[in-house]
Design a protein around this ligand. Structure first.
Ligand code: PAF
Length: 285
C-alpha cells in the first residue's frame, strides 16, 4: 500500500464486511482504537499490532461520553487526513472512522461500568470517564471483532480496566499493552502535549523524572507513604500547578498496597496539571 493512501470505512456494516473478507482469506486481525490526533506513540501501537496480526484496523472516534462537562471535547485536536497518512505509513490496512450514529444510535441506553479497577485515580478525578471508555471500547471491539487489540501503557488504568472488561464479558480478543513512547526528555507522548506552552513543556518533561525517582526509592526500600509524599512535593517544586494524584498502586488491580515497604507488583501513577492541561504518566516498579 502506498504511504499516503488508506481505505476508510464509516459504518459497522462496511467494517465487518472488510474483516470478514480478511478472515475468509485466512488473515488474522488486530485493532488499535484511538481518538485521532495521532503521534509516534499511536504509530508504535500500530506497528506492534502489525507484528501480532496480518491485518490492522485503526479506529478514530473522539468519544463524547468519556469527556467531562468542563473538559476538552470541543477543542480536542482533529485531523483525519493527516492521521490517515500516518496510519498508512505505519502499516495500517484500514481506518474505521465511524459517524457518531454508528456508536451512539438514537435510543442508545447502555452503559458499561467496571467497578474496582476503574474507581480510584482517574476514576475518582474524572467522574464518568471510565464508563465512557469502557462503553466505547466494548462497542468498538464488538464491531470489529479483532483477534488482538493494542492499547498504550501510558493510559495504564485504562489498559487494566479494558483487560478486566474483556475477561468479564468473555470478549474473544487478546488485549496487548504497548510500552509508553517518550520524547527525548522522557515526556510521555500524548495528543494533549500540543496544548502546552514552551515554558510548560519544559516543566512537563520533569514528570517522568519524578516517577523514575519514586521507582528507585521503592526499590531501595523506602515506604509507600514516604515515596508518595516525596513525589507530590517534588512535582510541586518543579512547578506543577495542581496534582490530582501521585500514588503507588498494585500493578494489576490498582488497589492501594497500604503503608510500609512495597511487597506486591507495583506501579507508580501520577496526574498533574499545567494550566488547563492535565498530564498523566506511570512507571512499573
Ligand atoms: O485511549 C484512547 O485514545 C481512548 O480512551 C480510547 C481507548 C480510544 C477510547 O475512546
Amino acid at each position: 500500500m502506498s504511504a499516503d493512501f488508506l481505505p476508510v470505512v464509516r459504518t459497522v456494516a462496511e467494517l465487518r464486511a472488510q474483516v470478514r473478507a480478511w478472515r475468509g482469506a485466512g488473515d488474522t486481525v488486530a485493532m488499535t482504537p484511538t481518538m485521532g490526533a495521532l503521534h509516534e506513540g499511536h504509530l508504535s501501537l500500530v506497528r506492534l499490532a502489525k507484528a501480532r496480526a496480518r491485518r490492522v484496523v485503526a479506529s478514530i472516534f473522539v468519544n463524547p461520553t468519556q469527556f467531562g462537562p468542563n473538559e476538552d471535547f470541543d477543542r480536542y485536536p482533529r485531523n483525519e487526513a493527516g492521521d490517515a497518512e500516518l496510519l498508512a505509513s505505519a502499516g495500517c490496512d484500514l481506518l474505521y472512522a465511524p459517524d457518531v450514529s454508528q456508536i451512539y444510535p438514537a435510543g442508545f441506553s447502555t452503559k458499561v461500568t467496571i467497578s474496582g479497577v476503574s474507581e480510584p485515580l482517574d476514576g475518582a478525578a474524572r467522574p464518568g470517564h471510565f464508563d465512557g471508555v469502557a462503553t466505547v471500547v466494548a462497542k468498538l471491539l464488538n464491531q470489529a471483532q479483532p483477534d488482538v487489540a493494542v492499547f498504550g501503557e501510558k493510559d495504564y488504568q485504562q489498559l487494566q480496566l479494558i483487560r478486566r472488561l474483556a475477561l468479564d464479558l468473555d470478549l474473544p480478543v487478546e488485549i496487548i499493552g504497548a510500552p509508553t513512547a517518550r520524547a527525548e526528555d522522557g515526556l510521555a507522548l500524548s495528543s494533549r502535549n500540543a496544548y502546552l506552552t514552551p515554558e510548560q513543556r519544559i516543566i512537563a518533561g520533569r514528570l517522568n523524572v519524578v516517577l523514575a525517582d519514586a521507582v528507585s526509592r521503592l526499590k531501595a526500600g523506602d515506604s509507600v507513604e514516604k515515596v508518595e509524599a516525596t513525589g507530590r512535593a517534588a512535582l510541586e517544586r518543579q512547578g506543577f500547578e495542581r496534582i490530582d494524584y501521585f500514588e503507588v498502586r498494585h500493578a494489576l488491580d490498582l488497589s492501594h498496597p497500604g503503608p510500609g515497604v512495597l511487597s506486591v507488583p507495583g506501579r507508580v501513577l501520577a496526574a498533574a496539571f499545567l494550566g488547563k492541561t492535565r498530564l498523566i504518566d506511570n512507571m512499573a516498579v
